[in-house]
Design a binder for this molecule. Structure first.
Ligand code: GUN
Length: 284
């Protein structure tokens, strides 16, 4: 049997249509939501991600600005730009595209973003709020995964969720969000021994490794829900995930494709977080 394909593109389109209505309502109150994206250097993948984010904002009626800084911008210059955006009333969300060039201290820059404008959810304030179970802004990719699981009525409570990857952007926050929903969690990473023993017991398997075709069919429990967070380029230039999709889809119960799975949800969640940030302003 072949797995049910979770259509992230369709879910994201439906969500974005709802968000567009909410953005119009905020704009009608004189509070058009605004997002600023800071990108340092000219990494082509980052530029593509930023373009997608800005386009999604425009389509939803969210004002957006892209601040493209040269790769050799000193850290002080990036910090100064973030501070300017923090105090700009037109801007409700500030996002610093990662990775930053090696000479810049990433945690220091992320800590400069005002927590009320932290639509990426990367500030320690947001991370801490998630840790104690009172989420403030949730990072967009993990928020998108939870959205998909809930929309697809995939039960979480009491299930074993295995996350491969321990990044601050995906691995750790998705594990916390699943834990909050009463899953039993295992976090695997590059030093995990006997990875397959863990993954084969997963009811929900989240792959956030960054390696093409890393998860093979023999690592998946029959009927499991497989969430592929990978965005890798195959030798032929095609965008592929961390999961060997063609073989795993005959074992899994449900699976997200790449492209068209988690990726579009990440962008939709950024729009959602920007609207929330603007909406909070109405309560000031
Ligand atoms: N780089 C890769 N993913 C992300 C993301 O979700 N947000 C930002 N700011 N940078 C990223």
């Amino acid at each position: 049997m072949s797995a049910h394909i979770i259509d992230g593109k369709a879910h994201a389109a439906a969500l974005r249509a709802e968000l567009k209505i909410q953005a119009a309502a905020l704009s009608a109150k004189g509070l058009q939501p605004g997002l600023a994206v800071v990108i340092v250097g000219d990494d082509p993948a980052s530029r593509t991600y930023v373009r997608n984010k800005v386009r999604a904002c425009e389509e939803a009626g969210v004002y957006s600005e892209t601040h493209q800084l040269p790769a050799d911008t000193p850290e002080s210059g990036v910090l100064a730009r973030v501070r300017e955006l923090n105090s700009n009333p037109r801007i409700h969300g500030v996002l610093v595209q990662l990775p930053l060039p090696a000479h810049i201290n990433e945690p220091r820059v992320l800590a400069e973003v005002l927590p009320q404008k932290d639509v990426d959810g990367f500030h320690v304030h947001s991370a801490g709020a998630l840790f104690v179970g009172a989420p403030h802004f949730v990072p967009c990719t993990p928020a998108g995964i939870i959205y998909l699981l809930e929309k697809e009525s995939i039960s979480i409570a009491g299930r074993h969720a295995v996350v491969i990857g321990r990044s601050n952007i995906v691995g750790k926050p998705i594990a916390l969000l699943l834990l909050q929903r009463d899953a039993t969690i295992t976090i695997c990473h590059s030093r995990t021994t006997d990875l397959g023993v863990h993954t084969r017991s997963a009811d929900i398997l989240v792959a956030a490794v960054g390696r093409l075709n890393f998860v093979t069919a023999d690592m998946v429990k029959p009927g499991a829900c497989v969430i592929d967070v990978g965005t890798n380029r195959a030798p032929d230039g095609k965008l592929c995930g961390d999961v060997d999709y063609e073989t795993v889809k005959s074992v899994a119960g449900s699976i997200t494709p790449v492209p068209g799975g988690v990726g579009p949800m990440t962008v939709a969640m950024l729009v959602a977080n920007t609207l929330r940030a603007a909406d909070h302003r109405t309560q000031d």
